[in-house]
Design a protein around this ligand. Structure first.
Ligand code: ZN
Length: 273
């Protein structure tokens, strides 16, 4: 998964330490990020090569990671690429995870420039990763939206669904955001009923994953169909199709960065594939 970059490599400890030469710089322009080097394997700029005003966001293998507080005009030898594309395709998993996490923080900082309660300009907290309103005191923490994702099985088959916006052949698992007042297990039940009309049993937590692409924390479950009626009633506003797949028919995910890919792999491993 995208966050699997080795034990202890990523540290989100808050720091006010200023950037020094050789630290990594994340310079965003909306959803674009500044890079240098080869177009097919771009590198992140290092502090020293560029010296914009910036602040610490996290560290990676002991190297400080800093976000630029200014939108830079493209310096010579540098170019902008789409941050989510770079995070999905970077050859180096550490770069992929750092880019998506920095992008998540950049989106959050941009959307919290003004207080949502009184409209005053916010400031970065000096003691924790938060934006504070100097006028009314409102504190905003980074946006992390919990969402569940479930590998639903019945009689040795796995349920997979294709989102309305996904290309033909691109199947995923049933997933959805946690709503107010719900436990994760209740979200699993509700999403299965809403999206495919199924009642579930044996709902079991498996693992989780930070997923900065959608400001989410994905919480992965397995569950079984409760009863024998495996008829699928598709929620047409969300899904194009859904099917039960035998292990040897399961469409394989295009990459291994997501928790969905890992849950599908677990199912195949259980069936000796
Ligand atoms: Zn305020």
């Amino acid at each position: 998964m995208i966050q699997d970059i080795g034990e202890g490599v990523f540290s989100n400890a808050f720091s006010l330490e200023p950037a020094k030469e050789g630290d990594l710089l994340f310079c965003f322009r909306g959803n674009d990020i500044l890079v240098t080097g080869d177009e097919n394997d771009p590198l992140l700029p290092l502090y020293g090569q560029l010296t914009p005003p910036c602040h610490h966001i996290f560290s990676l293998g002991g190297i400080g990671c800093y976000i630029s507080e200014e939108i830079l005009k493209t310096p010579e030898g540098y170019f902008y690429v789409k941050a989510p594309d770079l995070a999905r395709t970077a050859n180096d998993r550490k770069t992929a995870f750092a880019v998506v996490t920095a992008w998540q923080l950049s989106k959050w900082e941009q959307s919290r420039r003004f207080c949502g309660r009184c409209g005053a300009e916010t400031e970065r907290s000096a003691i924790e990763r938060a934006m504070i309103c100097p006028k009314c005191g409102l504190i905003e923490y980074p946006k992390i939206c919990p969402a569940v994702i479930t590998a639903i099985t019945h009689k040795g088959k796995l349920l997979m669904a294709r989102n309305k916006n996904s290309a033909p052949g691109r199947y995923g698992l049933i997933a959805g955001f946690v709503e107010i007042g719900e436990t994760f297990e209740e979200t699993v039940r509700r999403e299965a009923m809403e999206e495919v009309g199924l009642k579930l049993k044996n709902i079991k937590y498996v693992r989780s994953q930070p997923w900065g692409f959608s400001d989410s924390q994905m919480i992965g479950f397995t569950a079984e169909l409760d009863g024998d009626d495996d008829t699928l009633i598709i929620q047409e506003s969300e899904l194009a199709e859904a099917c039960w797949f035998a292990p040897d028919e399961v469409p394989l995910p295009s990459s291994d960065i997501s928790i969905a890919a890992t849950l599908i792999k677990d199912f195949l491993n259980e069936h000796g594939i």
